[in-house]
Design a protein around this ligand. Structure first.
Ligand code: AMP
Length: 212
């Protein structure tokens, strides 16, 4: 199964990707996580991406397309993958088509802007392994500590309220057109993001089974 998760920042793509990847035994690939790791390691690409990611803008298409192509050609993607945060522009989607990966399904997780802003204020992430949490909806077992690797959780810099508004603006202008792009190909299923993460997962898994 080759799957794309679409949706605004904070709609819950990352959390759903984590669950589905276990369910289907295929890797979840987050361009945001790859870019943040490069930033942390101060690689050339990470340094190039820094000003974009920190201001809530998109990293240029050519940089992200190169990263994802390299990743999708790794062996663990032979049986499929879940893309979380890619594509984010129409040129990225066209580049993915040209790479020759036949996408089976695109799930768009819909959440209102108002709820996104509210949710982002409680989001916390692990700088070590990239796992994400929410103070109300998905708290870690021990307050402030990652369940997976034990590092202290942080609020992402780009989750600051003013940056979230910029990211939503970018989402509506550059990423939302992908909904029609994939609807026209007959691959799109829309899932209404629920308060309870497990409820969203149930709807997402149902949308995957629906082969019509
Ligand atoms: P995310 O963790 O998916 O919310 O991504 C965080 C940030 O990484 C975004 O706000 C962008 O600056 C950058 N980024 C991640 N994926 C992409 C992409 N496909 N195209 C451009 N920039 C991206």
């Amino acid at each position: 199964m080759k799957l794309i998760l679409l949706g605004a920042p904070g709609a819950g793509k990352g959390t759903q990707a984590e669950v589905i990847c276990k369910h289907l035994s295929i890797p979840a690939i987050s361009t945001g996580n790859i870019i943040r790791a490069a930033l942390k390691a101060q690689t050339e690409m990470g340094l190039k991406a820094k000003e974009f990611i920190e201001s809530g803008k998109l990293v240029p298409d050519d940089v992200v397309i190169g990263i994802i192509e390299e990743r999708l050609r790794e062996d663990d993607c032979n049986n499929g993958f879940i893309l979380d945060g890619f594509p984010r522009t129409v040129p990225q989607a066209q580049a993915l088509d040209q790479m020759g990966f036949e996408i089976d399904r695109v799930i768009d997780i819909e959440v209102s802007d108002e709820k996104i802003v509210q949710r982002m204020s409680g989001r916390r992430v692990c700088p070590g392994c990239g796992a994400s949490y929410h103070l109300d909806y998905k708290p870690p077992k021990q307050a402030g500590i990652c369940n997976v690797c034990g590092e202290a959780l942080i609020r992402r810099r780009d989750d600051a309220p003013e940056t979230v508004l910029e990211r939503l603006k970018v989402y509506h202008s550059q990423t939302e057109p992908l909904i029609d792009y994939y609807r026209a190909k007959g691959k799109l299923r829309v899932v209404e993001g629920q308060e309870d993460i497990a409820d969203t997962t149930a709807l997402t898994l149902k949308a995957l089974e629906d082969r019509a």
